[in-house]
Design a binder for this molecule. Sequence first.
Ligand SMILES: [Zn+2]
Length: 369
Amino acid sequence: MTQTTDSTTVRPCFSASYAEARTKFIAAAQAAGAQLEHHELDGQAGAQGETLAMDVALLGPAAAAASLLVLSSGVHGAEGFCGSGCQIALLHDETLLALAKERGVAVMLIHAVNPYGFSHLRRTNEDNIDLNRNFIDFAQPTRNPAYAGLHDLMLPAQWPPTEDNAQAIAAYIAAHGEGAFREAVTTGQSEFPDGLFYSGTAPSWSNRTLRALLRRHGAQRSHIAWIDVHTGLGRYGHGEKIHAGLPGTDDNLRAARAVWGTDVVAAWEGDSASRQVVGHAVSAVFTECPQALSVGIALEYGTRNRVALEALRADHWLHRYPGAASAGQREAIKRELLDAFYVDEDEWRGMIAGQCRTALLQAVLGLGR
Ligand SMILES: [Zn+2]
């Protein structure tokens, strides 16, 4: 395979389990001549009993290269099926890798930032933490009192929710508005460890591991471009380029648009499928590599399920009330969660790989000029 993103040739890049994805990633990285690092998550096993790890492949010019392109997958666990496929497609893409090398751009692929969630089909990590709410300043915890009023409504003891529950949530939305409801639920909260969009109360293993990686491989760079692959929001097969800078950083948004185009959206401008996220993983690059001009996007692909929130509620219910679900119900909830984050169709995979390749090419050209 070379540069093609034809739908049937990209199929083998994608996997049906974390274990399969990890094996394929390591094999493809070795075949591409990458330098590999394996950062194992101690004390946890995968769904098939396998080792869980954040695997890193480094390619291209030596550590001295001024520019670094980062492609990461699985910050949100089960969303890793998509990002892993994109990474493996890049490892097979001799043309694009040769161009990066020629233009003096080193490439770092970070596979399964949240291997626990990837393997166990959760968006969150081993501690129910949403990693894209975990990169905050814990000395100044942000409180989200609105979530406290919704926690039990979002994760009721009974699933599927009763009619009373649905009416109570509808009443909340009628009183406060859909926007305020979404903000209360998804902004992040640190008070309910079994709740939705839990930020945690300290940096997670993934956070610490990622920061160490950035210090080790990013400290000497002058320019860094980072594409972090996500799924579950927006239109089917469309990759929305969501600015992954710090809120309100107009200069940085302009720099990101210079690389990826004016269709990079910023949540604070209000035209994104996502709400403004505080504490996202890519933000670590600004603190760990302050010498570099860094730009980043979350490449957020839509699936068949336009709103993953209901699938997330069900999965968090399983986690909050262990033993409450029958084996069949558990399986159905996990199936629904996977469907919210991945589409097992060649057409979708082809669109995913093609758009990711375009974003990678834009980054290589933008960094290497
Ligand atoms: Zn995500």
